[in-house]
Design a protein around this ligand. Structure first.
Ligand code: CS2
Length: 509
């Protein structure tokens, strides 16, 4: 079978959308770091539509994978073309797929193979936006405080050898240093990751890093570059072989690297672009004065529910989000979590119908055509919990409000760290802090064991939780000392350990 490429575009079925602009005339205005499925399913999709709507061909994308050559190896023979498959179900419950070949990804690089090429690209006169989706851990920061992890091996490496960086921050600062040396215009740095105030966070980390290299460079970046905040919402599971087979059958040619997502898309961003931007507002993006209320809404509703569902679902043996949400007890729990404990902490947003937002979210989770794996969402919990759950917990504690349902989500993460589900199936904990988590687990076990000699078992669980929440990069320095926090989490952890996930959910007050 032939491969998807500029030469085979013309033979695709008419139902498959494809680039309608002159790809050869496209310039690279956007350099994107972190070329996973996520940006290919939202940034590139909105950008593609903006190219069609505006005809402004300054805005092609060069994508950079930091380490893995897989995406470049798959896409280079396809001339950067790939298929976006948006999947949902129709009114009769039958899965349906809308297919589009995206053309705005002009170039793919692998930073680890050729760091100088990436620096040169960032420091190219055509580059105007440097965007990133490198996941939470890619920021080399302390998730609870937001501070740069100066001792992080990659940060240490890059501070000593910035000509051959390996971290995201290293590439950004090396590229900006080169722009400044060449007397080029500044760029906009656009974080698209699921982090609170992602633009402010990125700015603080870049400036801290740059100041350690050259304070004048940090001043140049602070004074000339901009860091708009953004909120991006689209569920994009990892592409599977089944997805590839489906796309192949529909296209009649082989696409080695398609991406699958839901139809739903919401992208809110602040309009602070120092070197211009594509007409994204003409293709679905919403421009806002401040993105933060939208981020808070999304992190606390979508991502918190997702993580709660992932840990509870994984422990109970449900492989995918739609299977998990089909359990009435889990669905009911999520409804209550959002309505009773999360919603009261959300910022006011004009025109927002929170009930409709919640219902649509539950329907998105129930989409069987996505088969989004709970194990995928469960990754990197140490990086996700602070902004997804613990900020809400703090707000509730400060208001003297109950946290029973939030505590269950936190307890589910802790329970899942034991590394085997309720059927006894073992799994690995994938987390950049895996070693620290295992150490803290052992400390907590020891604290609980010494307590259990003298106290009832649920008090020993409190000792366990108090000790575990001494892990400051996740829990900060306050939660360990909060009796209501420790007791609420311990009660839920005790229930999960002794009764299991579904009976615990059914037994909620
Ligand atoms: C998910 C997110 O993997 C995860 O942790 O919660 O990727 C989620 O699917 C997106 O943020 C939805 O916009």
């Amino acid at each position: 079978m032939q491969t998807l490429s500029p030469c085979t575009l013309a033979r695709l079925p008419a139902s498959v959308a494809r680039p309608g602009y002159d790809r050869d005339a496209l310039k690279t205005g956007i350099v994107h770091l972190g070329l996973g499925a996520f940006p290919r399913a939202h940034l590139a999709a909105v950008n593609e539509a903006a190219l069609h709507a505006s005809g402004d061909l300054r805005w092609g994308i060069a994508g950079v994978s930091l380490r893995s050559p897989d995406t470049r190896d798959a896409l280079a023979p396809q001339g950067g073309l790939y298929t976006l498959a948006l999947r949902d179900i129709d009114d009769s419950g039958t899965p349906r797929t809308a297919l589009q070949v995206i053309g705005c990804l002009r170039q793919c690089l692998v930073a680890a193979e050729d760091p100088a090429a990436v620096i040169a690209l960032i420091a190219h006169p055509d580059t105007r936006i440097l965007s990133l989706t490198v996941t939470e851990k890619g920021y080399c920061h302390d998730p609870a405080s937001g501070a740069l992890q100066v001792q992080h091996p990659q940060v240490q490496h890059d501070l000593a050898a910035l000509d051959r960086p390996c971290s995201t921050l290293g590439f950004i600062v090396a590229g900006l240093r080169q722009r400044r040396r060449l007397g080029l215009a500044p760029v906009t740095l656009l974080s698209l990751d699921n982090l609170p105030s992602n633009g402010h966070l990125l700015r603080a980390l870049v400036l801290d890093f740059a100041a350690r290299i050259d304070p004048a460079l940090a001043d140049w970046i602070a004074g000339r570059c901009s860091f708009p905040c953004s909120m991006v919402d689209r569920i994009v599971p990892r592409t599977t072989d089944d997805d590839r087979a489906l796309v192949r059958a529909a296209l009649g040619v082989e696409d080695a690297w398609p991406v699958v997502g839901e139809r739903f898309l919401d992208w809110v961003l602040e309009d602070r672009f120092v070197a211009g931007r594509p007409a994204w507002e003409r293709s679905g993006a919403r421009l806002a004065q401040a993105a933060q209320p939208f981020e808070t809404l999304k992190l606390r509703m979508v991502n918190a529910s997702h993580s709660a569902l992932a840990y509870l679902g994984l422990m109970a043996g449900f492989q995918t989000v739609d299977q998990a949400i089909a359990q009435p007890a889990l669905r009911r729990y999520l409804e209550r979590l959002m309505t009773e404990e999360i919603a009261p902490t959300l910022p006011a947003l004009a025109g927002l119908d929170l009930h409709a937002y919640r219902e649509r979210l539950l329907a998105r989770f129930a989409n069987p055509a996505l088969a989004h794996r709970t194990a995928q969402i469960a990754l990197d919990g140490s990086q996700k919990l602070p902004q997804r759950l613990l900020g809400t917990v703090r707000d509730r504690l400060a208001a003297g409000a109950s946290i029973e349902l939030l505590a269950l989500a936190v307890a589910a993460w802790l329970h899942h760290l034991r590394g085997r589900d309720e059927q006894g199936q073992p799994y690995r904990i994938h987390d950049p802090q895996a070693d620290a988590l295992a150490q803290q687990h052992a400390l907590a076990d020891a604290a609980a064991a010494s307590d259990s000699a003298t106290t009832p078992v649920h008090q020993a669980t409190s000792a366990w939780v108090r000790t575990f929440s001494g892990l400051a990069p996740v829990f900060g320095t306050d939660l360990q000392h909060s009796q209501p926090f420790v007791h609420a989490v311990a009660a839920q952890l005790h229930a999960l350990r002794t009764r299991g996930v579904l009976p615990t959910l059914e037994g909620l007050a």
